[in-house]
Design a protein around this ligand. Sequence first.
Ligand SMILES: [Zn+2]
Length: 651
Amino acid sequence: MGGNRGTFESERSVCLGWVPGGSSSTCQGGGGPPKKPSSRELGLESDLCIPHLIFGDKHRLANAPLYSSLLAAYHHSLLDSSACKRIVILQARHNGHLSDRLPRSAKGGTQLLRRTVLCLPLAAILAWSAPLRPGASFVFPSRPKLVVILVIDQFRYDYLMRFRPYFVPGGVNRLLEGGAVFTDCRYDYVTTMTGPGHATLLTGAYPGAHGIIENNWYDRDQQREVYCVEDLSTRLVENRQKASPSPGYSPRNLIGSTLGDELRMATDFRSKMISIALKDRAAVLMGGHTPSAAYWYDVGTGHYATSTFYMPALPAWADDFNRQTPTKTYCGQKWQALAETPGADGMVFSHFEASPGETCPDPKFLAWLEVTPFMNEIELSFATDAIRNEHLGQGPETDLLAISLSVNDYIGHWFGPYSPEVADVTLRTDRDLAKFFGDLDKLVGLDNVWIALSADHGVAPSPSYVQQHKLGLGIAQPASARSAAERSLTQAFGPGPWIEDQDEAYLYLNQATLKKRNVAEAKAEEVAAKAVASQPDVAAAFTRTQFLTGSLPNSTPARKAANSFNFKRSGDVFLVLEPFAVPSPTLTGASHGTPWSYDAQVPLVLWGGAFKAGFYPTPCQPTDLVATLATLLGLTQPSGSIGTPLSVALK
Ligand SMILES: [Zn+2]
């Protein structure tokens, strides 16, 4: 059967049409000029046009999501003639560009290549091209060459505002002035820690789904605490020769996919995804299951390392980086405040003095260096080497680089959010980022890059600060909660031991005692939770049975606790601390890990060609970050993602 080729084009757009009763031969092109069909002929409510997607230079075409979708469809044999009963023909204005890039060995490809006419089921195109919001003039932008996700470990939203007067041009200000800044972005779960936070940012899910419930949790089967990224079957890799005897790390405990996993799968692993952090757990959890590489810093050697999960030996460039001993640059240096750091008056915060006969850098020096802002310089220098040597942003597909600047967390824990040390590391981070963005511009071109900035959690003031300013109790007393539960259970059911383990958020009941005393778990949980909740530093306590049976109270802490609770890994009684009851082991150290805003509210900034600059008070969650990026990149959302694309900030 013949029929009109329902292909037409306008000056700046490509439009879709269909051929009534079309056949494969019609799909593959026919004679005569295309005739513009009416919308009625097209069977559409209105003309469906997709402006700005295919036109432009070759690069823009190659990076257009539509182009990738077409290629994907091509690979998946959607061009089968039976699928062309109701067909859509699409023709690019610059035909040569499209045809140049089509796979020449594909089935039936030759004729298609010559004609540069593609057929797709109408439903597929309609689904792909559906607007993000009803009534919005949303257009899928060209894919960038590189997406950079920047996470600053322990970085509260208010740091952006408090320290903005001291930021230099080109660093954080570049993002604040040119990006979409969400001013009320808060995690909606309780256990705001590094492992869960990084996993949440890249999966778009909360710990209940991604399974990283804390940095460490108690494993009943192994009867010990496990570390979130431990993997005793792997070995550390820190050079080109052979793996170290030290155990390595892997994402074995991470449940479900990340943005990087989805990007890699969608491009048949042509997209590169690399994650880099000072902390192993940050690099591993951001990287997901299928990264090209994940690198972290090994303080024992002062080297950037990975594990045998990822590769048997470091690539040459990373080995070279280590061989140049980047830590050596800082031998003899002091950590002195910048002249402009508020409240610091140029003071020397810390310095390292080698004992006679010691060489630098030795392990003692490396331990000192690890809590100085110099670590961010080393980390970003490593990241720049990764971009240069792995050719990130130079390939045909979008690449993804995730960087977590971890030292801000170490310094924050030591000194607290209102200290001059935190002010200084924040200002230095800004300057480090200005340099990094400059390097990124030289290597990839910032026009080709999207940058997202966020944090894994915030932080509470130190207990001594809390007490000084009468904000609350100050220090949390987890041991008191445990002994209160043990006491109540003993009174109710006889001698224990009743509590098998306690970590930051959970009590784990002793299963052997429950059995021996013939006590139902639900009953014991209830007694323990009541005892725990009576403690002055505990705001609420929930039981495993409440999570399992859906009988949690209708409260904000309960909702956040439910997002934190993983049925397989979580304990029997869940504790939520009162605001300003800080889970810190010392009066002077600050900490985090609660649902309250100082821990939960973080920056979320989206910068690049797809985003409308401005400050957005629209409430959002860090889970929205990958939801937005996945949508823009035309990807399946990560498996557990509950995020919502932030359409308000899309061009
Ligand atoms: Zn952290």
